[in-house]
Unconditional design. Structure first.
Length: 537
C-alpha cells in the first residue's frame, strides 16, 4: 500500500487541530512535477511530542568536540549530563601516544545543589587543576550544561585564568542544552570557537606532502573514518586533519595547510568548511563515502579537482582493484536484499547519505527524514538565503571569519573554480528531496506516534534509525538497524563499509526471529480513537 495525500491526511487527522497544523508543515510527499517543496525544519518541537532529538550540549560536546582525542573535555554540570555523553556515541580513536588519548574518560564537575545555590566556578577551576595534574593534556574544553547558564557561572573567566595558570589552551563553550531547538545549535557553537581559536594556530606554512586534504564531518563512528582514510592514503592523498573523528588538536591547528576540504556530514560542519574558504582560500567539496557508487564518485571528483595525471590514474586503479575484491561478496548480499523497502530516519545527514547504499542493494526508500536538519538539507543549499532567522538561532554567539592576512592563498584560480563548479559539487550540496522517488515521504523531526502510523501504513522491510525507537520497530515485527551507533558494528563507509552494511542487514532479514513475532495489527482489532482539543475521544 503506497502513501498518498488522503492517507497522509488520515494520519494527521488524529492530531488536535493546532498540532496537525504544525506537523503538516514538516511532512511532504515527494513530487518531481513541482519545482520546490518547502518544509519546515530546525524549529521547536511541540511539547508533549516524543521527539528523537538531543540538545545543544549533545551537539557541541557529544558530536563535534568529544571525538578530539588529545584534549580533555570537561563537562560543567550535574553528573547525568556527563555520564550520558560518555562513550554512547561510537566515535573511535587510537593514538601513537596513549598518554594523549583521553577518549575513554568522562570528566564532569558533578555539580551539587550547593554549587547551584552558591555558584560552580571554584569547583570548575579545581577540576581543571586536577585534570592538568593527572593527565597533562595539550588543551582542554569546557562545555556548559543547562544549569550553568541559569545560575550565570562565568566559564570564560575561569578558562582565561586557567590558561594563564597552566599555559595550555582552555576553550569555553556556552552550549547549554536549551541554546537551540536541537543538537544542531551545538554544532554551530563548536564550529565557531574551533575556527576562531584553534584552526590555523599551528606553525606549519605548508603541508609536508602532496595533495593535502582535510576530511570534515567524519566522526569515525564504528571506524568509518579509518576506512575512508585507508582509501585516500592508498591513492596518495595526505590527510592533514579529520574533523573530528579520531581527531587531534595538533592536526586541527594546521588544517589551514590543506589544498581541499572534503565535507562528509555537511549538517554538523558546513560552517567551518565555509569559514576555511573565507579565511584561507581553500574550497570545499561535498563528498559521500557511504555506498560504493558514492565513494567512487567522491574519489573521481577529488581527482578532477587536483587535475593531476598520476593521481587520476591511481584513483582509477584503486577503484578497479577495490571493486574486483568486493563486488562478488556484495552481490551475494544483494540477492537477499533486492526488492525490499526501507524507512531511513537519522540525525542530520545519514537519512540522505544511506539511501545510496540502499538503492545499490535494490532496496527502495519509502520514507526518509532528519531529526534536526535545516531546510537546505531537504531542499538544497541554494535555499539558505531564504531561511528566516528566528529567536532560537540568534542564541548562537556570532563569529565571522575574515581573510587571513598572511595565510590566505587561493588554491585554484577563480576561473578554474567556476569551471570545476559546473562539474563537481564544490561549495554545494543537494537536498534529500532530489534523490527520492515520487510518492516517497519526507518527514522532519519524526515522532513516535508518526513512526507507528507510517509503519502500519507502509510496512517497510527495514527501518534504520536509532536506539530511541529501535525496539518499538522490532516489536512491530520489522528489521531495525541503528544508523547512529551501527549496533556495535561498522564501518559502513567506503568499500569495506558497504560490504559490512550489506552483510549486517542481510543477517537481519534472514533472521528467523521475525517468525516469532506477531505484529499487533495481525491479530488484534486496532483501537480507533482520536485526541481532540477537549480530550481523548
Ligand atoms: Fe552528522 Fe553524524 Fe549525522 Fe550528526 Fe548525530 Fe551521528 Fe547522526 Mo547520531 S554528526 S548529523 S549529530 S552524520 S551522532 S555521526 S549518527 S544524529 S545523522
Amino acid at each position: 500500500m503506497g502513501m498518498n495525500e488522503a492517507k497522509l491526511q488520515e494520519i494527521l487527522d488524529q492530531y488536535p487541530a493546532k498540532v496537525q497544523k504544525n506537523r503538516k508543515k514538516h511532512i511532504f510527499i515527494k513530487r518531481s512535477d513541482v519545482e520546490s517543496q518547502q518544509i519546515e525544519a530546525n524549529t521547536r518541537t511541540i511539547p508533549g511530542i516524543i521527539t528523537n532529538r538531543g540538545c545543544a550540549y549533545a551537539g557541541c560536546k557529544g558530536v563535534v568536540l568529544g571525538p578530539i582525542k588529545d584534549m580533555v573535555h570537561i563537562v560543567h554540570g550535574p553528573i547525568g549530563c556527563g555520564y550520558y555523553a560518555w562513550n554512547t556515541r561510537r566515535n573511535k580513536a587510537k593514538s601513537d601516544d596513549p598518554k594523549q588519548n583521553f577518549i575513554n574518560y568522562c570528566i564532569s564537575t558533578d555539580m551539587q545543589e550547593s554549587d547551584i545555590v552558591f555558584g560552580g566556578e571554584k569547583k570548575l577551576a579545581k577540576v581543571i587543576d586536577e585534570v592538568m595534574e593527572i593527565f597533562h593534556p595539550k588543551a582542554i574544553t569546557l562545555s556548559a550544561t543547562c544549569p550553568v547558564g541559569l545560575i550565570g557561572d562565568d566559564m570564560g573567566a575561569v578558562a582565561k585564568a586557567a590558561e594563564a595558570k597552566h599555559g595550555v589552551q582552555v576553550l569555553s563553550f556556552s552550549c547549554e542544552g536549551y541554546k537551540g531547538v536541537s543538537q544542531s545549535a551545538g554544532h554551530h557553537i563548536a564550529n565557531n570557537i574551533l575556527m576562531e581559536k584553534v584552526i590555523g594556530t599551528g606553525d606549519q606554512e605548508q603541508a609536508p606532502a602532496k595533495f593535502p586534504i582535510n576530511l570534515l564531518g567524519e566522526y569515525n563512528i564504528g571506524g568509518d573514518g579509518w576506512e575512508v582514510e585507508r582509501i585516500l592514503k592508498e591513492i596518495g592523498y595526505h590527510v592533514v586533519s579529520v574533523m573530528t573523528g579520531d581527531g587531534s588538536y595538533e592536526a586541527i591547528k594546521n588544517a589551514h595547510t590543506a589544498e581541499l576540504n572534503l565535507v562528509q556530514c555537511h549538517r554538523s560542519i558546513n560552517y567551518i568548511a565555509e569559514m576555511l574558504e573565507t579565511k584561507y582560500g581553500t574550497p570545499w567539496l561535498k563528498v559521500n563515502f557511504i555506498g560504493i557508487q558514492g565513494t567512487i564518485e567522491s574519489l573521481r571528483n577529488m581527482a578532477l579537482y587536483f587535475d593531476d595525471k598520476e593521481l587520476t590514474l591511481k584513483t582509477e586503479a584503486v577503484i578497479a582493484s577495490e571493486l574486483a575484491r568486493i563486488e562478488p561478496i556484495f552481490d551475494q548480499y544483494k540477492k537477499i536484499c533486492e526488492g525490499k523497502t526501507a524507512f531511513c530516519f537519522v540525525g542530520g545527514s545519514r537519512g540522505h547519505h544511506f539511501q545510496n547504499l540502499f538503492s545499490e542493494l535494490g532496496i527502495e526508500t519509502l520514507l526518509a527524514g532528519y531529526e534536526f536538519a535545516h531546510r537546505d538539507d531537504y531542499e538544497g543549499r541554494e535555499v539558505i538565503p531564504t531561511i528566516k532567522t528566528d529567536a532560537d538561532s540568534k542564541n548562537i554567539p556570532h563569529y565571522t571569519a575574515e581573510a587571513d592576512e598572511k595565510r590566505f592563498r587561493l588554491k585554484v584560480s577563480p576561473e578554474k573554480l567556476e569551471k570545476l563548479k559546473a562539474k563537481i559539487p564544490l561549495g554545494q550540496y543537494k537536498g534529500m528531496r532530489f534523490d527520492m522517488k515520487d510518492g516517497s515521504i519526507i518527514v522532519d523531526d519524526l515522532n513516535h506516534f508518526e513512526t507507528e502510523e507510517f509503519i502500519k501504513a507502509l510496512k517497510p522491510d527495514i527501518f534504520t534509525s536509532g536506539i530511541k525507537d529501535k525496539y518499538v520497530i522490532q516489536k512491530m515485527g520489522i528489521n531495525s538497524k541503528q544508523l547512529h551507533s551501527y549496533d556495535y558494528s561498522g564501518p559502513y563507509a567506503g568499500f569495506n563499509g558497504a560490504v559490512k552494511f550489506a552483510e549486517d542487514i542481510s543477517m537481519g532479514f534472514a533472521s528467523p526471529t521475525w517468525n516469532f513475532i506477531t505484529p499487533p495489527w495481525k491479530n488484534q482489532p486496532l483501537l480507533e480513537g482520536s485526541v481532540t482539543e477537549e480530550g481523548v475521544a
